[in-house]
Design a protein. Structure first.
Length: 176
């Protein structure tokens, strides 16, 4: 009788575990989307973080209700960011993944990397706008206003780049 209760209790926990994992993965997807990384990347990272051991792309796609192609693309992106790693099983051709050992460090480094890339992309646009406004800003009040704002934005960008490249930040964020 006790074995029946234990088996029933274990079976009852499985749907709860799946529900919790899926709800948190959905929240991770929304957060990731808000940060500009894409919903599936966040879903997958949280899902793998909450998974005990290695997980196949097929399993992730099935549990999250996503296509295997979308999961595969997100896996490559997360692997490139250093947040997950690929694992192998002997005599199995499928790809398995798991989060890196120190997800916190990987997340900080990944977010900083993305932030640096976004700032660099913005820098190109700011420099182009600054160059375009340099010549025409003297004659027009609106162009003078825009030139002033662009100049201020460039100062902010430069300060942000200095902060991101500061040696103290490297001490606070140990390498993987």
């Amino acid at each position: 009788m006790t074995q029946t209760i234990k088996a029933g209790a274990s079976a009852a926990k499985q749907p709860l575990a799946r529900d919790v994992r899926q709800r948190l993965a959905a929240a991770g997807g929304r957060t990731s989307h808000d940060l500009g990384l894409g919903r599936i990347v966040g879903q997958m990272l949280v899902y793998l973080y909450l998974w005990d051991g290695d997980c196949s792309l097929d399993q992730i796609a099935e549990d999250l209700g996503l296509s295997k192609a979308a999961v595969s693309v997100s896996a490559r992106q997360l692997e490139h960011l250093g947040m997950i790693r690929r694992t192998w099983r002997e005599s199995d051709r499928r790809k398995y993944y798991r989060t890196v050992d120190n997800v916190g460090v990987a997340l900080r480094q990944g977010v900083l990397s993305i932030l640096r890339n976004k700032i660099e992309a913005m820098a190109v646009e700011l420099d182009a706008a600054h160059a375009a406004l340099k010549t025409g800003a003297r004659a027009d009040a609106e162009l003078q206003f825009l030139a002033g704002r662009v100049k201020r934005a460039k100062v902010l960008r430069d300060r942000t780049q200095q902060m991101l490249g500061h040696p103290l930040l490297a001490l606070l964020l140990p390498s993987r």
